[in-house]
Design a protein. Sequence first.
Length: 690
Amino acid sequence: MTDLLRPRAIGAPLERLDGPDKINGTARYAFEHPVPDPLYVHPVQATIARGRIEDIDVHAAEDLDGVATVLTHENAPRLATGSDAELWVLQSPEIAFRGQLIGAVLAETPEIARQAADLVRVDYRREPHHVVLRGDDDALYAPEVVNPSFAADTRDGDPDGAEPAVVVDATYTTPMEHNNPMEPHATIATWRGGVLTMYDSTQGVHQMRSRLAPVLGLDPERIRVLAPHVGGGFGSKGTAHAHNALAALAARVAGGRPVKLALTRQQMFALVGYRTPTIQHVRLGADRDGKLELVTHDVVEQTSTVQEFAEQTAVGTRTVYAAPNRRTTHRLAALDVPVPFWMRAPGEAPGMFATESAVDELAEACGIDPIDLRCRNEPAVDPATGLPYSARHLAECLREGAERFGWAGRDPAPRSARDGDWLVGTGVASATYPGYKMPGSTATVRYRDGRYEVRIGAADIGTGTRTALTQIAADALDRPVSDVDLELGDTALPTATVEGGSSGLTSWGTTVVEAARRFREKFGHDPADGDEADGAMPEEPDEQRYAIHSFGAHFAEVRVNADTGEVRVPRLLGVFSVGRVVNPRLVRSQLLGGITMGMSMALFEHSVLDPQFGHVINHDLAQYHVAAHADVADIEVSWLDEHDPHSNPMGSRGVGEIGIVGSPAAIANAVHHATGIRVRDLPITPDKLL
Ligand code: MOS
């Protein structure tokens, strides 16, 4: 690949360029943009899980002082196409899940809008609903593909006929979980002169525009989306959701006034996607030396009746372990529930919990150390594609982690260590995540007043994109970081792909390097004012020649209270292979965050769906516990010193998601080591240990 880059800024632990703005409050998030004379929107949501609105009475709401309009399916503007069912809001009286948007109040203050929304009276015709995922549901079906475009099923050899000497056969389950970024989903929409302008909290301004445009019947050029700062997303802001369409409809009727819509935390639990619950049947078979002969991973999960989203739960298993006999399958139940969507490492996060727990069970059954067993099963080429890996350093991660963690000399017997009332155990698990690169971005470089302006409509969702991409641009232009001004987060800038699948910096960085290369080709090192060049992301033949994945090894120490079952996690360590690290400060932060979220998944997160009413009852941060500082003790991360020659011009790979992959299994395996109890059902709550 290109040797254009001389890494100087790349590799430096630069502080976030927008850090001071964020600390002093001048960095504006979606809802904070000053707009003149706004109206505030409060949604009305369905209170049944399936049926139809027979009558909707808005008189009391409309009569409230300060209410401008109440929108329902009876008076809302018509959307241009019904082909995007999740965004088909206020177009019909049908109810497909509890919490569905059925109306909206526009008012002079948020308080009035909320009060009026409570005054809307709805008569429903209820129909029976199905909201509980069951492995034996008659209506399970095989999707055509799983997210984003993997085959639903794979098969090698004879997975049903194989008879290995040692077999582990177990079912693992993970619950429904919800993304809870610090900044709730929010939009300001203004529809004036046939142009819709939105300040939105999104992981992709261009994706927001391209999905909304056909629904609204607008030429994409007539929509502008801005998102200069975003307070987290974890996947939930990776696309438009129903509230974005609702905000646009509200703006349509607001007579040119801006409308402001901020979802409440409780509303987010019905409207912005979530991780599907999974039921995963895993069989691993090996010879007495622990060499795998059989791997099957059969997944049951849910989608909605509104729109299909098929999580790729077994896809990580396809690349991490080879065996002559393998099978992976995905089966879906379409339930009367909200549409599931991306949540940090969709697929790999729940899937590798099952696989890496099963590998621990297999190691125990074989009487082999779980690190040894993993190293004995390192494949020479990618078992999913047959391609060589650009860099598969999983065994190095495991060995270096073992060294740092102090794994040697561990007594593998469960319940072998006790400290007073606390049972102490350690566990390990592997992580893998694909090195996605999304085609379709462009960038421009312009020279003016001694400075280089780099423009690309990328997203910084709190990850530090603005800083890392500036470092990449500086090296590509062979200039110091202080000479580069990066602009992002606006559809008025060149098109950028979504911040998703840990693909952002790879995709945009490659694009910026290409624009810089063209700029330097045209203007050399001594450009004149106004010189400008653009670049599109080049075709990368290496992507077809190599399997590009990141890897990692997680180590956990847990203490389980023998009387109460309380689990504490005094120590977590992750060692990763992620290619060259563009900014160690930011990468460390991403990996720490991913591992913390993995701990949260292991011990806490569980959206409890009420089967009778069909909604998530613990729909706020008081009841849905996300790991907080008090839960986290010592987390250490490190990475191998490497450079992936095939991934991108920076030699880097994505880091946003791999931290959450495998960390729940490392904790579950440590809990088993501490207690002798194998918890196959997340989260690992105290009742499961008594
Ligand atoms: Mo990530 S779940 O692709 O934002």
